[in-house]
Design a binder for this molecule. Sequence first.
Ligand SMILES: *Cc1c(COP(=O)(O)O)cnc(C)c1O
Length: 355
Amino acid sequence: MSNENLHPETLAISSGRPGHEAGEGINVPISLNSTFVAGGPINYGRTGNETWQPLEEAISALEEATSTLLFSSGMAAITAAFSLLPHGAPVVASHEGYSGTMALLKRYHAEGRLEVRFVDITDTKEVIAQLQGAAFLWVESPTNPGLGIAEVSVIIGEAKKRNMGVGFDNTFATPLNQKPLTFGADIVMHSVTKYLAGHSDVILGSLSVKDSALHARLQDARVSYGAIPGPFESWLGLRGIRTFPLRFEQAQKSAAELAKKLAGHNSVTNVRYPGFGAIVSFEITGDAAAAERVCDGASIITNATSLGGVETTWERRRRWALESDSVPENLIRLSVGCEHVEDLWRDIDTALSKA
Ligand SMILES: *Cc1c(COP(=O)(O)O)cnc(C)c1O
């Protein structure tokens, strides 16, 4: 059956299943093999694995990609994508983004490995001005943790007009909100760790593409650098992605409601919610210590980094030395999960009383 008319809920559940032959298991097995009998499609466990493929197929279906490569983490996927660029290549990237990506790009820049032009990705004019002579555009939108929104289709279009490569970290928005390949991006990256797997029990990353030559180069990078996912992690990711649309739709609905309630709370200022997604960032009317007390003061919500699990978490972002100093000291980033929204709000309200 063609994927074209299927909804994401169906794609997430039906992609990458074994056949319907009598006696076939309904789920794929966990393939624990480092080597394979000669003459088949997979020879060695670093070049392929039967448990990777179904999850790769499911991500491809959701992102409208032709193929997907799974990696041991989101950062391994990002590193593989940047490894394709020649030494010293000019890259345009947001100055506010995932802290691991920011640290990597700053290091590449300092070492001369890449010439990174950091921009305010929400300022379309500035982005376009910096595209001149650049080789690659890396986009994260919404940004993290400020939740700024780039004019995604415009900046990708401008980059493609200049024959640049475009990579897109779609971890926050997810394919339920935007599919960057359909706007012309060359590579879509996910920290599968977050919403796609969704249970805070696995670290995985992915790169999805439409172009088979690009796929071959990225597969070559995965084989050479060896940042491959474990079969069990891949299986957990596949098990998680089955319910991704259901979880994300619920979390997104609750996030919109909580953003509205937070905006009306007198201990809260500057609520950032872009109108979609399940992350809400806000400041409290108090200092860093007060923000820490709030994060420690909830009983359902856990004070923990990361995001995208069924369980709601939050943290004060500036507790990390890596976080950009443009992020306020008292900013809390809330990752909304799937608990009942009324229970979450009561928990937030109680924690805010400790500000
Ligand atoms: C977590 C995250 C990453 C890194 O992914 P890992 O799986 O932790 O390596 C990259 N980008 C975004 C937006 C993230 O949230």
